[in-house]
Design a protein around this ligand. Structure first.
Ligand code: ADP
Length: 253
């Protein structure tokens, strides 16, 4: 039953507002001596049934490369989602602040960490949708962790052609987004296609053009990006394969 995920509101203390997410405000708080991030869900955002179903799937996911969902408060409104707190912030800020200081080993390690989390999600049949972009990846004690969430925004710059055209999400559309994520890592936090509008990004993709190789990116890694950006989803690698290829590159001298 869903009751075992239920956190009693009295066990939670909210301290400060962290920001606002797509469902509502996000708070810093504590629960049983743990620091937590509490996402509040605006009323009417989704039905309680729908929400509980999604939350139950998310609660079952657990991996050291994913931000953990500890539980939910559904007994009163607004609904809360209680997550592990990520004290070191997001990867974009980290990359931009330390631009120029990253070794090849560290950049590859970031891609490897996230591919591991994504391969796990894939093996759990979870389609991420709310894409892997650097500003959605958090750092905890130098381990990158992906927040899982549901209800998709529509970030064109991270979306595959079939998502843009038909809204067709799959693990292969996640692979495309992951390719863009790798590009952002090797660009040290640059915005993909930053000189183009969203409409121009779509035109670029339709013309068969892709993001160019970042200066810091070795050809071997750029080939994995290009593979992830194949027009047809079936021509793209799986996350298991990407994880394998990235680990092989890590082992090379
Ligand atoms: P949503 O996915 O609902 O749109 P976000 O994940 O973007 O919301 O959260 C909004 C803000 O709240 C983020 O920019 C971040 O500063 C903060 N935040 C979200 N989750 C966490 C977390 N687990 N730990 C620390 N801060 C978080």
């Amino acid at each position: 039953s869903s009751d075992k995920w239920e956190i009693h509101p009295d066990e939670l203390t909210l301290s400060e507002e962290l920001g606002s997410g797509q469902f509502g405000l996000v708070w810093k708080g504590s629960w049983n001596d743990l620091q937590v991030a509490v996402k509040t869900v605006r009323e009417g955002f989704m039905s309680e049934e729908e929400f509980k179903e999604e939350a139950q799937v998310m609660m079952k996911l657990s991996h050291n490369k994913l931000v953990q969902l500890y539980g939910v408060v559904t007994l009163r409104s607004p609904i809360y989602l209680v997550f592990e707190f990520m004290e070191n912030g997001c990867l974009t800020d980290f990359l931009r602040a330390r631009k120029g200081s990253f070794s090849q080993e560290v950049l590859l390690g970031m891609c490897l960490d996230v591919s591991e989390g994504m391969a796990y999600l894939d093996s759990s049949n979870f389609i991420h949708r709310d894409l892997v972009s650097v500003n959605r990846v958090f750092i905890k004690l130098f381990v990158l962790r992906i927040p899982i969430s549901f209800g998709s925004k529509f970030p064109v710059r991270w979306s595959s052609p079939e998502v843009i055209k038909f809204g067709k999400y799959s693990s292969k559309s996640d692979v495309w987004s992951f390719g863009v994520f790798m590009w952002e890592v090797y660009s040290e936090g640059r915005v993909p296609y930053d000189t183009r509008s969203n409409a121009e990004v779509v035109e670029t993709l339709n013309a068969g053009l892709r993001l160019l190789r970042p200066r810091l990116c070795p050809q071997s890694v750029y080939e994995l990006m290009q593979w992830s950006w194949k027009e047809k989803p079936e021509d793209r690698p799986t996350f298991a394969l990407l994880l394998h290829e990235l680990s092989c590159l890590e082992q090379e001298p």
